[in-house]
Every structure is written in C-alpha cells, then in structure tokens.
Design a protein around this ligand. Structure first.
Ligand SMILES: *[C@@H]1O[C@H](CO)[C@@H](O)[C@H](O)[C@H]1NC(C)=O
Ligand SMILES: *[C@@H]1O[C@H](CO)[C@@H](O)[C@H](O)[C@H]1NC(C)=O
Ligand SMILES: *[C@@H]1O[C@H](CO)[C@@H](O)[C@H](O)[C@H]1NC(C)=O
Length: 389
C-alpha cells in the first residue's frame, strides 16, 4: 500500500514537471512569435525605406547623368577650342620653320627691283606695274562654319562694295549675301543674310564675284561662264569656254572643271584639257567681254592639287602633302617668267578638317578667302618684290 502511494506521488510529480515544461515552451513560443512579428514589421519598414532610398538614388543618378552630359558638352567645346589653338600653333610653327634666312644688302635689292621694273615695263607694257610675289602667310582667322564640306566664299572684289557671298555646295542655285565680313562673322543665325537665286545652278567651286557681278561656272556638255549682274539681277553675258575635252582642273576636286580667279591684273581662268591632261592651263580673260586674251600651258601637275589662286600674274597651286593636316604651295607659274619653282616661297597651309575646296585671292586686301570642309577661313598674305634671277 505504501508502495502505491509513493508511485502515485511520483507520477503526480512527473505530471506537474511535464506541465511546467509545456508552459515554459509555450511562453517561449509566444515570445518567439512576438519577436517574429516584430522582425516582420521591421523588415517591411526596412524594405520600404530601401525602396525610398533606391528612388532617391535613381533620381540622383538621373541628375548625375544630366550633369555628365553638360560636362561633356563643355569638354567638347573646350576640345574644339584647343583644336583651334593647336591649329594656329601648328601654323605658327610651320611659318617659323619655313622662313628662309636671307641676308642681302638692301641697296642691292633696291637696284635689282628698279632694274626688274624697267625690264618688266618694256616686256609687258600691257600689264600693270604689279611686281609683287607671295612671301608668306602672315596670319589666319577661322571666321565661321556654315557650310557643307565643299563650297566657296568671297568678298566682292571691287572698291567700296564689301559684300560677302557664299556658294554653299557644288551644285546649287541660291547664293547667300552678307553686307560685310563682320556681319557674316557676328550673325548667330542666318538672319543678317539675303538669299539670291541665280537663273541656273552652278557647278563646282570655281566662281568669283567681281565688280558687282557674279561670274559662275555652269556645265553640261561644255563649260559656260555666266556673268550675272547682282545689282539688277540679270544675266549680262554668258560664254562657252572655247576649249574642247575638259578634265577637272584639280586632282582632288572632281566637281570643279574650271576655276576663276581675280588678281591685280583682272580675271583669269585655271583649267585642264585631255590634250595636256597631267598639267593645268591658264587663261587671261577680259572681265567685260569674257573674251580670252592669252593662254598658257603650265608646268603645274593636276595630281594631288587642292586649289590654286593668282597673285600679280603668278599662279600658285596648293597641293596635299604627305604630312597630315598640311597643304602647301608646291608649284608656281608666272606668266612673266619672273617667279620660278626654285625661288617660290615654301608656303604651308594648316588644314585640319579636309582639303581646301577653294582659295579666292582678294588683291585689295591681300587676303585669301578659303573654304576648308565647311569652315570659312581668311589667310593674310605678305608680299615681297619679284626678282629676276
Ligand atoms: C550648306 O549646305 C549644307 C548641305 O550641303 C547644309 O547642311 C547647310 O545647312 C547649308 N548651310 C547654309 C548656311 O545654308
Ligand atoms: C536670329 O537672331 C536675331 C538676333 O541676332 C533674332 O532677332 C532673330 O529672331 C533670330 N532668328 C531666328 C530665326 O532665330
Ligand atoms: C542691268 O544693269 C546694266 C548696267 O548696270 C544694264 O546694262 C542692263 O541692261 C541692266 N539689265 C536689266 C535687265 O535691267
């Protein structure tokens, strides 16, 4: 009997212990559940905070992108400016490198000059007493960039006009006129300009504006020079250039069959024919009647030629060089025979954007109006006296 009591007590004890364990476990579970729900709340909060943070980051990244873009445009424009400065430095370098070191007695030069002048007068009494030759490029200025890769710009070569004309492209019929180089340089849009529609399309870049007339080249089977009065917008004259089988005058400019030039002596035509197709020919024209006064076959090759111009009766042909970004006067032809290739100056043109598609000399200003891959550039020339060797 006593044994049974002990057993029941033991069982009760075990039971109570068991209950306590269960209670304990339950409390723990509840506590864990509480903490789980707490964590859950916190996680949701973190998640939403993270979302907000992400949104903030995204918008800040957007801003950063925009700022990066602005920075890039700024850098681009700085790049362009550095490029220009570099170009001008390049140019100065070539100029400094190219100056020949000549040491001649001034008196001797003067004597020779007067001698040459006398001879020249005797031989070429028809021409003026122009006896200058090119000595170097003194300065350059990039005026603007308004055009396509190829084109021509020039000031009207006549006293007192000052108007500037832009032939954008090689086969259009509308030229753009500005009242001055300053107006052209300052105009932000083309509002300061006037469009002039010509009666027919031009071809190439060989045109010229001289004494209020545009002389432009039009070509179908034959080459026609059209003289157009800019004052009353009418064709004054139109002639077929009397030469058979033309070929493009410059090897690097297939659109330009013939190039017109004006110098101290008047109007010139630079051209090439199949008959003498490796070299250029030169003709002196009468600007009033468009008659041809004289013709010469020159020793200047067409191959690798970019453009040419005439100064004081001498043809200067500019060629592409092996050095990138440089072109150079490499052939001259003087109709008076006084400037030869040996004594011709080493003249380099800086050229970063492509070939020069036209170089137009203005004898009143001694400036070259150049078109280089859409850039309108001015080169200031310096002159010296021609000396007979
Ligand atoms: C010049 O022509 C080019 C196309 O060859 C064109 O993009 C550009 O706007 C033209 N410029 C002007 C000033 O008309
Ligand atoms: C061009 O610029 C002038 C000011 O230089 C301004 O008055 C004119 O509204 C501009 N035209 C266009 C089409 O942007
Ligand atoms: C234009 O002007 C010139 C002289 O300046 C004159 O010879 C010509 O006949 C004029 N043409 C027309 C169509 O008025």
């Amino acid at each position: 009997m006593r044994g049974l009591v002990v057993l029941v007590t033991l069982a009760c004890f075990a039971n109570a212990q068991h209950q306590a364990l269960i209670d304990y476990l339950e409390r723990r579970l509840l506590a864990i559940e509480d903490r789980i729900s707490l964590w859950h709340e916190e996680t949701t909060r973190y998640a939403s905070e993270l979302r907000e943070l992400k949104q903030q980051m995204v918008s800040q990244l957007d801003n950063l992108d925009k700022e990066k873009e602005i920075l890039r445009t700024n850098l681009d424009s700085v790049g362009t400016r550095v490029d220009r400065v570099e170009r001008e430095l390049d140019y100065l370098e070539t100029q400094n490198g190219a100056q020949p070191c000549v040491d001649v007695d001034d008196k001797l030069i003067e004597q020779q000059v007067s001698l040459v002048k006398e001879k020249q007068k005797a031989k070429y009494s028809k021409l003026s007493d122009c006896s200058d030759m090119l000595s170097s490029i003194k300065a350059m200025k990039i005026v603007k960039r308004v055009g396509g890769p190829k084109g021509m710009w020039t000031k009207d070569i006549s006293r007192g006009s000052g108007k500037v004309f832009i032939f954008n492209g090689t086969d259009k019929d509308t030229i753009i006129q500005f009242t001055s180089v300053q107006d052209f340089a300052r105009s932000l849009n083309m509002s300061a300009s006037r469009n002039l529609k010509l009666p027919s399309a031009w071809r190439g870049t060989g045109h010229i504006v001289y004494n209020n007339h545009a002389f432009y080249i039009n070509q179908a089977d034959e080459i026609t020079v059209i003289k157009y009065d800019l004052k009353n917008s009418s064709v004054t004259d139109s002639v077929v250039f009397p030469v058979q089988d033309h070929v493009p005058v410059y090897g690097l400019s297939p659109e330009t069959m013939m190039d017109l030039a004006v110098d101290e002596e008047g109007l010139w035509a630079i051209y090439a024919t199949r008959e003498n197709e490796n070299y250029m020919s030169l003709a002196k024209m009468d600007a009033r009647s468009l008659d041809i006064e004289a013709m010469w076959d020159t020793n200047c090759p067409r191959e690798n030629a970019e453009a040419a111009f005439v100064v004081c009766g001498t043809l200067y042909v500019v060629y592409n060089t092996m050095q990138p970004g440089r072109s150079r006067v490499q052939c001259v032809f003087d109709v008076n025979g006084m400037v030869t290739n040996e004594e011709a100056p080493q003249i380099y043109f800086p050229k970063r954007y492509g070939a020069h598609s036209s170089l137009k000399y203005n004898p009143q200003e001694q400036l070259l109006y150049a078109w280089d891959d859409g850039y309108q550039i001015l080169y200031k020339l310096s002159m010296k006296k021609k000396l007979e060797i």
